[in-house]
Design a protein around this ligand. Structure first.
Ligand code: ADP
Length: 196
């Protein structure tokens, strides 16, 4: 049973790998981007509040994001492990996650980081845009999201690295190669938690 999260720049394949990993490991996946997009689609009050931030590639304000994650981590299906995708995205969210987990007597086992180069990322996201029609997959917005990632989210990875719980994997291979590397990295640290 693992409590973990995955960090990576837009377009690195983090969402796809997170889905595969949570299924393989038998833990609940929680993607903050997916939850926000679902709210926008369903025109909920939260959806109305976050839509402009998503469309502009900006971070949703911490207050809204932290509350949403706290409610989610209160539910039963994350009691036996979870994989957070997209949170924390800045150091203040990291501190908030620490507080939430301490309050329920839990702690994080591992933070996975996917690395990638910028040119390839922009190419991948533009390609995805033709398939998904995501409103934040235009070139200007991607470059903005990338800048935000380096400014706000890389320091999160650095803090987990300083705690000794960061595992970094190169995200530039094929989907299967990256998945295998992630499993191999996890297996080294948590042999009994990772099935074949
Ligand atoms: P990507 O990693 O490709 O940017 P995500 O699905 O993780 O895609 O996130 C999409 C958008 O959802 C972000 O650009 C942001 O607007 C919002 N979002 C997701 N997670 C967070 C978070 N932890 N804090 C603030 N905003 C978030």
């Amino acid at each position: 049973m693992l409590r973990m999260l995955i960090i990576g720049p837009p377009g690195c394949g983090k969402g796809t790998q997170a889905d595969r990993l949570s299924r393989h490991l038998g833990i609940t996946g929680v993607s903050t981007g997916d939850v926000f997009r679902e709210h926008v689609k369903n025109l909920t009050p939260l959806g109305r509040d976050v839509k402009a931030h998503l469309d502009g590639g900006d971070l949703v304000p911490d207050g809204l994001t932290n509350r949403m994650v706290r409610d989610r981590l209160d539910q039963d299906d994350v009691r036996d492990g979870f994989l957070l995708d997209g949170y924390p995205r800045n150091t203040s969210q990291l501190a908030e996650l620490d507080t939430m987990l301490t309050a329920i007597g839990q702690s994080l086992d591992v933070a996975l980081q996917l690395t990638a180069d910028d040119t390839e990322l922009v190419r991948r996201v533009l390609q995805r845009a033709t398939l998904t029609g995501r409103s934040d997959d235009t070139e200007d917005v991607i470059r903005h999201r990338l800048r935000l990632y380096y400014r706000e989210t890389e320091p999160v990875a650095a803090m987990y690295s300083a705690r000794g719980i960061l595992l970094s994997v190169d995200g530039m291979g094929s989907e299967d190669e990256v998945f295998d590397q992630l499993l191999a990295a996890l297996r080294e640290s948590f042999p009994s938690a990772v099935p074949d």
